[in-house]
Write a protein that binds this ligand. Structure first.
Ligand SMILES: NC(=O)c1ccc[n+]([C@@H]2O[C@H](COP(=O)([O-])OP(=O)(O)OC[C@H]3O[C@@H](n4cnc5c(N)ncnc54)[C@H](OP(=O)(O)O)[C@@H]3O)[C@@H](O)[C@H]2O)c1
Length: 232
């Protein structure tokens, strides 16, 4: 892995991913809205920024050219298919051999085998309805984006984040294939560690074609799973 493109580089997750990618010695190209380039000022001398909408196909073609990996932040903002357009552009235009890693939340289910708590279902339903009514966001857009990724023949990974918090890194999060696994019970990950998982996935071929649901490695549920494994 030499050259990596980060689509949505100016957001909180994006900036952590830029830092991790630079720490690994990768060449970094970032895509972000023109009005947000200032958020990347701290990295300007160490990365290339391509300003533009992340669903702009010309922008994505230019930014991903020559990249071995593409990290994409999928967000459901707006009600005009922004996430779907972003995912489709990356799927269509990134170099054929590139590793593609996308971010989303637990609410995305690849195979319908996830078991959600009533509270989680209610929160997603209420947020979804209110956000759509206010025309702020469309969760179905992120769902559609992921459906296209799952159906693609690309070397993809869709990383499903739990609730996020700020704070110093605790190391690589742990993961399960399905929400409902007791390992994930704490539903909490440091955002900086989510970013670490995304960047590490670029070089982890065991994650190709997987949609890992992640949780912080020092959360009570992850610790309990580790202790149970030791006692087995
Ligand atoms: N927040 C959570 O608790 C949570 C939980 C689970 C999973 N996730 C996942 O984690 C990832 C990052 O989420 P985050 O909450 O931490 O956000 P974030 O990293 O701050 O990223 C937000 C992104 O959305 C862009 N954006 C904001 N408003 C926009 C608009 N109106 N139109 C187009 N783009 C817009 C931002 O671009 P600019 O910099 O240009 O504004 C930025 O790239 C997402 O994939 C999300 O699904 C988040």
């Amino acid at each position: 892995m030499k050259r990596v493109c980060i689509v949505g580089a100016s957001g909180k997750l994006g900036r952590y991913m830029v830092q991790h990618a630079l720490d690994r010695g990768y060449e970094v190209v970032g895509v972000c809205r023109a009005k947000s380039t200032g958020k990347l000022d701290a990295f300007m001398d160490r990365m290339t920024v391509v300003p533009g909408a992340t669903d702009d196909r010309e922008v994505i073609a230019r930014a991903t050219a020559g990249c071995d990996g593409v990290l994409t932040v999928l967000v459901p903002w707006g009600v005009h298919g922004y996430a779907t357009g972003t995912a489709q552009a990356v799927l269509d235009l990134a170099p054929p051999a590139a590793r593609l890693v996308f971010s989303c939340g637990w609410h995305i289910s690849r195979d319908g085998q996830d078991r959600y708590s009533p509270w989680f279902r209610a929160t997603v339903a209420v947020f979804g309805r209110v956000a759509r009514w206010l025309r702020l966001a469309d969760i179905d857009d992120q769902v559609d984006a992921c459906r296209r990724i799952f159906a693609s023949g690309r070397r993809w990974t869709v990383v499903r984040g739990s609730d996020l918090e700020e704070g110093p890194g605790q190391g690589l999060p742990v993961w399960a294939r399905h929400v409902g696994d007791p390992l994930l019970g704490s539903n909490r990950t440091r955002r900086v560690d989510f970013a670490l998982f995304m960047v590490a996935a670029l070089e982890d071929d065991s994650l190709v074609g997987e949609a890992p649901a992640i949780v912080g490695r020092e959360t009570p549920s992850a610790r309990a799973a580790r202790a149970a494994a030791v006692n087995d």
